[in-house]
Design a protein around this ligand. Sequence first.
Ligand code: ADP
Ligand code: MG
Length: 456
Amino acid sequence: LRERLLKTVGKNNYTTWIEPMKFQELEDGVAVFSVPTNFVGNYVSQNFADLILYELNTSGEDVRRLAFRVAANSPARPAASADEADQQNEIDMLNVAPVRSASVNTPLDALQTAPLDKRFTFERFVVGKPNELAHAAARRVSEGGPVTFNPLVLYGGVGLGKTHLMHAIAWELRERQPELNVLYLSAEQFMYRFVQALRERRMMDFKHLFRSVDVLMVDDVQFIAGKDSTQEEFFHTFNALVDQNKQIIISADRAPGEIKDLEDRVKSRLQCGLVVDLHPTDYELRLGILQNKVQQHSATYPDLNIRDGVLEFLAHRISTNVRVLEGALTRLFAFASLVGREIDMELTQDCLADVLRASERKITVEEIQRKVSDYFNIRLSDIIGPKRLRSYARPRQIAMYLCKQLTSRSLPEIGRRFGGRDHTTVMHGVRRIEELKLTDGQIAEDVEMLRRALEA
Ligand code: ADP
Ligand code: MG
């Protein structure tokens, strides 16, 4: 490992920065090194951490993070207590997904054929309010006309269609202008190629390759945040292409300005072009996507019948992440064809019980306390506080009961959120309401109304 690092970073860097580090331990994917000073730790972490991680992972270790500790017997260390020093000096490093061995030995030029998903085309992309702008921008870029906005940045949460749109652009460009050199890759792949090029001393090839593309697409750019040498190279690649008026398309899981540990100059470059976000899906879009997918599934399962109301139910109940929605539908079709039944509500509830449960909105203790105090027209502090008056105690017990029913909190946890009460107090309150619900119609109704309001 040291030999390879020596080759990669060069002799000077190696003797100054890497040589003084000592490997200490590997625990839970965190490799801990001792360093003579904080300064060395910081420098290494900012400049070489991604290289070290890469080398560790390619040599078979499974390391996600590096941590640096200032060595206890280091002469340069100020006289502080050991505990204090440890806390101060443990520098938290990057998170890197382990290197997949497949990507390690592929030659640089294999990049040209980074695979595109056949299903991710414009034809199959359903447009709705939340994604219409992103879609329009992607369409425009895919026409391959003169470069109007550079870069195009698509951002949004997981499963909202960023990768789909990027692949769609690539397919379209291939179709319309096959002579163009279109390169799509994830930021992660970019980093691995870069590190590989460094190690194999093929930086010239790397630079040449990346600077000769006509359209560069880098997916999930947030991945390079905190990986400083990779960011640096990305920055230069980016500038070189923009100078040549080549189209760049980037995706990220949040707005460029909000990506932590992304260098300011990279952020500002990204913000120079057109930045559009994919909003969380709404009901109509989800329904549209489901209808679209049903048509595709029908080709595979021509005999399957889907009852009215099922798609509406799914669009209503399943989260904004389209991937989850698709997965649910695929499962439903497979299940229905296995058991030879039509897809109705009953089958849907059976087959997707876990998905439906997981996507249920989580009700919080605070929410319950607030709703209950509103309902009984008392103050939130009266519910949580110590007062024992019946007019506070009863609503408080109802709130505790609802917390037990509607959240996954334990009795002690609920007690803590009710002004630090004991779990036996909570248990007593819950039991009391259970009894009263049977004998006191008013209380039964109050509880029912509140439950419905909370679950709405
Ligand atoms: P992201 O890259 O934003 O995390 P993806 O592009 O991978 O999300 O999309 C997740 C899945 O949802 C893919 O299978 C994709 O085809 C599908 N999908 C997302 N948005 C749409 C849409 N508007 N129409 C059709 N399919 C969509
Ligand atoms: Mg993606």
